[in-house]
Design a protein around this ligand. Structure first.
Ligand SMILES: Cc1cc2nc3c(=O)[nH]c(=O)nc-3n(C[C@H](O)[C@H](O)[C@H](O)COP(=O)(O)OP(=O)(O)OC[C@H]3O[C@@H](n4cnc5c(N)ncnc54)[C@H](O)[C@@H]3O)c2cc1C
Length: 352
């Protein structure tokens, strides 16, 4: 049985940063993730997409952010159970928990932090007759490596941030980018909408609004799409393309965690914003997986929630100790892994 102080379910950016904050309080962490690699959505869905709203980084690729987080937590030597899904939870008489994965690996900890993001995510697909035929044959629901589209003709459909951000990014990679959205208004960030408009004016993006893809054609792989301009005078255009990328978002599925007796609202776990604890004492929910009034599903919000969660977890594990963190520093201690590299530590006001 794997034993740790905080068992973190989900190794996305939130779960990874929780390791750092716990490490400052000298708490050990172990992470479970159903995916074979750490990084959550950043690694799985958009590793090469730039992120613009991480404090201190004007621009950082999602994959690089994950690499940096892994580097930041290295001194604290977290354990990983990757490629396994947390399936069941059992509360022991002393209040601690045993979490078992689908492969039977057991983990024991006094604190469980669920950082499960969207859970197991499934892309929302357009209703097109022969869609399945072209999946991985011209049709993709997420962009893992934009280089695949270098000098290719790409049509993206969707009206959210993903569709906008990828259209902007691919405008400098693909030979032709067409963005199709069924409305004239986009749901994404205003700044991205303006950038798309700018690129349209420069002839770098073809914008079709309001419009929708109504057909896919090709013998072995995708060769063209049929676009319907849904203005008053309907008009159908056949466009030769190499790739069709519908970015209609992901339909979240909480998976087995939904059956753990936690209070759930709209597929997310309800928490108290004091410390992001759930209705079950000792189980916390941080990052995209939780909900509370005013919740924003952003990486920086997950970082904040992880920080407060760790403070509360420390108090639960050591009810008699007082540990008031002021800020971080290095020095005094060698790397936990025996290397010369020094581990960050917290400057504390008082420890009793
Ligand atoms: C295309 C796109 C662009 C985005 N752009 C930005 C942006 O610019 N800025 C920003 O701040 N945010 C952005 N986001 C949102 C951001 O990615 C999320 O807020 C962030 O990933 C949430 O991190 P998390 O760690 O809470 O969850 P996730 O990243 O979702 O990670 C959760 C992990 O938990 C695992 N998991 C779930 N259930 C289980 C289980 N039962 N057992 C084991 N493992 C489990 C999953 O496999 C996953 O790896 C974007 C999202 C998308 C899709």
């Amino acid at each position: 049985m794997i034993k740790t102080d905080i068992l973190i379910i989900g190794a996305g950016p939130t779960g990874l940063f929780a390791v750092f904050e716990a490490g400052l309080l000298k708490l050990k962490c172990h992470l479970i993730d159903a995916l074979p690699q750490a990084g959550g959505q950043c690694s799985e869905i958009y590793p090469k997409k730039p992120i613009y709203d991480i404090p201190g980084f004007p621009e950082v690729l999602a994959g690089d952010l994950v690499d940096n987080l892994m580097e930041q937590i290295k001194p604290f030597q977290p354990g990983f159970t990757l490629g396994e899904r947390a399936e069941t939870i059992k509360k022991l008489t002393d209040g601690s928990f045993v979490v078992t994965t689908n492969k039977g690996t057991e983990h024991h900890a006094p604190i469980v932090a669920i950082a499960g993001g969207l859970g197991s995510f499934e892309p929302r697909k357009p209703l097109l007759e022969n869609l399945a035929k072209f999946e991985d044959n011209g049709v993709a629901y997420m962009i893992k490596d934009p280089e695949v589209y270098r000098d290719k003709k790409v049509v993206i459909a969707g009206g959210g941030d993903s569709a906008l951000d990828w259209s902007i990014f691919l405008a400098n990679v693909a030979s032709e980018v067409t963005l199709v959205h069924r409305r004239n208004e986009f749901r994404g960030a205003l700044d991205s909408v303006e950038k798309v408009q700018e690129l349209k004016n420069q002839g770098k993006i073809n914008l079709v609004t309001p419009g929708e893809i109504i057909g896919l054609n090709g013998i072995n792989s995708l060769e063209s799409v049929l676009i319907r301009k849904t203005t008053d005078a309907k008009e159908d255009i056949t466009l030769a393309v190499d790739a069709f990328i519908p970015l209609f978002g992901l339909s979240p599925k909480l998976g087995p965690i939904g059956d753990w007796g936690l209070e759930i609202e709209k597929n997310a776990i309800k928490v108290d914003t004091f410390d992001y604890q759930t209705n079950i004492p000792g189980i916390y929910a941080i990052g995209d997986v939780n909900t509370y009034p005013g919740k924003l599903k952003l990486i920086l919000c997950g970082f904040h929630e992880a920080t407060l969660m760790c403070q509360s977890a420390f108090q639960k594990i050591f009810p008699d100790k007082k540990y008031v963190m002021k800020y971080t520093t290095v020095g005094g201690v060698s790397g936990f892994d025996g290397s010369k590299k020094e581990a960050p530590k917290a400057v504390v006001k008082a420890i009793e």
